[in-house]
Design a protein around this ligand. Sequence first.
Ligand SMILES: Nc1ncnc2c1ncn2[C@@H]1O[C@H](COP(=O)(O)OP(=O)(O)OP(=O)(O)O)[C@@H](O)[C@H]1O
Length: 271
Amino acid sequence: MSIQKRPVIELRGASKVFRTPSGGLHTAVRDLNLTVEQGEFVAVVGPTGCGKSTTLTLVSGLEEATEGEVMVGGAPVSGIGDKVGFVFQQDAVFPWRSVLSNVMAGPRFRGVPKAEAKERARSWLARVGLSAFEDRYPHQLSGGQRKRVALAATFVNDPELLLMDEPFSALDVQTRALMSDELLDLWAGTGASVVFVTHDLEESIALADKVVVMTAGPATVKEIFTIDLPRPRRVEAVRLEPRFVEIYREIWSSLGEEVRITRERSASDAA
Ligand SMILES: Nc1ncnc2c1ncn2[C@@H]1O[C@H](COP(=O)(O)OP(=O)(O)OP(=O)(O)O)[C@@H](O)[C@H]1O
């Protein structure tokens, strides 16, 4: 018997129009249709400024769609849900709290008793290899370690949906690859769905089940590619596989066209 997967996110004909400071209107997302199923890891790639982050803000409930429907967990999105975790480029850690206190914060806000929150936080800190650092403060950590704290602080809340906006882009290449592997390890077995926005096509293929290519702005879905690389994956190793290179070429021919359109537009705007 096949297991019926249920959609966790459904965007149907979603558009977002912003009012610009000069009083004009700017369409950031146009007629976007996208379904993300339970447990699925979906990466979103597209040219710079096309509307990827705006798509995430619609799903998060931070912004309301101007048109169309945005459903999360089968209901129209309203505000930020308890079961949604966020990881952004900037480290969302409290600088005045210790590492342990940072990871305990989510469960404590959700009413988990202190002793239990501490136990859960310690177990996630162990999983990200930071047990020895629990008394440190964020400024006493490296960028990679701070990112690990942010991941532990997110996963400790058992999110059903993880929204990630270029979470590793400020890290150096090696740390980035390590963090990607850690993310895959942490995510495996949680059953959480992930939407991961990135500029980096290699990163998207190494991580995801599906790569969504967005058009040059306003963002709409151009093509969706299924990534049939087996799991578990190690990002540095998977990049060298012939199938990876084949997928990369296929997606790049779709994405490259949108990147070219965006470049030509900005060149003509500058002229
Ligand atoms: N609050 C806002 N008000 C007006 N315009 C906005 C607002 N937020 C985003 N935009 C515009 O909408 C477009 C899409 O922005 P968005 O940040 O979603 O793109 P992106 O694909 O995530 O960009 P990047 O890849 O550079 O991070 C851009 O032209 C941006 O300037």
